[in-house]
Design a protein around this ligand. Structure first.
Ligand code: PRP
Length: 180
């Protein structure tokens, strides 16, 4: 496996400030309601942990395993469900929590699949949005940051499953030695 030097484009502080703003907006929009946050595994596990702790309306959290990049830098174009929800979303206010909307193929697939389960409302919250790569346009209700056409890692996002634990959002730069 080739490792890269990373160049940070969004710091942990910038992200946490924005997460608090997103949570405030969600609190306002859902005042007096209960919501279900759906963590789209694996990438959104860090974002949802911070977002959920900043939201003050009552939330439940469920997990949906989805993959299409198979650890690579390009979408395979085929969205695979690797793990289903364990709770019903019927008649609930649901927010899909994504780390990134890139081509839009994943979120488009998820919306269609989840609408068949008849949620009361279905909203989308994505930390990152890359409009230049969209193949399937989708309205995103809560966007953290709009970014250029860059492959990014950290804060949950991976390259070949690595770098998810980095606290900021980074681009891959020069190669280091192959070590694995
Ligand atoms: C990433 C990311 C989104 C999706 C967005 O998942 O977490 O779910 O790609 O890309 P798209 O808009 O082009 O469909 P990935 O398949 O890499 O799985 P992972 O979350 O386990 O890393």
């Amino acid at each position: 496996m080739t490792f890269f030097n990373l160049k940070e484009i969004l710091s942990a502080k910038q992200i946490s400030d924005r997460v608090i703003e997103l949570a405030k907006k969600i609190d306002e929009d859902f005042a007096g309601q209960h919501i279900v946050l759906l963590c789209i595994l694996k990438g959104s596990f860090v974002f949802i942990a911070d977002l959920a702790r900043a939201i003050t309306v009552p939330v439940t959290i469920d997990f949906l395993g989805v993959q299409s990049y198979n650890g690579d830098t390009k979408s395979s174009g085929v969205v695979q469900i690797t793990q289903d929800l364990t709770t019903s979303i019927t008649d609930r206010h649901v927010i899909i929590v994504e780390d990134i909307v890139d081509t839009g193929l994943t979120i488009h697939y998820l919306i269609n699949m989840l609408l068949t389960r008849n949620p009361k409302t279905l909203k989308i919250c994505s930390l990152l949005y890359k409009p230049s790569k969209v193949i399937k346009p989708v309205d995103i209700d809560y966007i953290g940051f709009t970014i250029n056409d860059l492959f990014v890692v950290g804060y949950g996002l991976d390259y070949k499953q690595y770098y998810r634990n980095f606290p900021g959002i980074n681009i891959l730069e020069k190669e280091e030695n192959d070590s694995i």
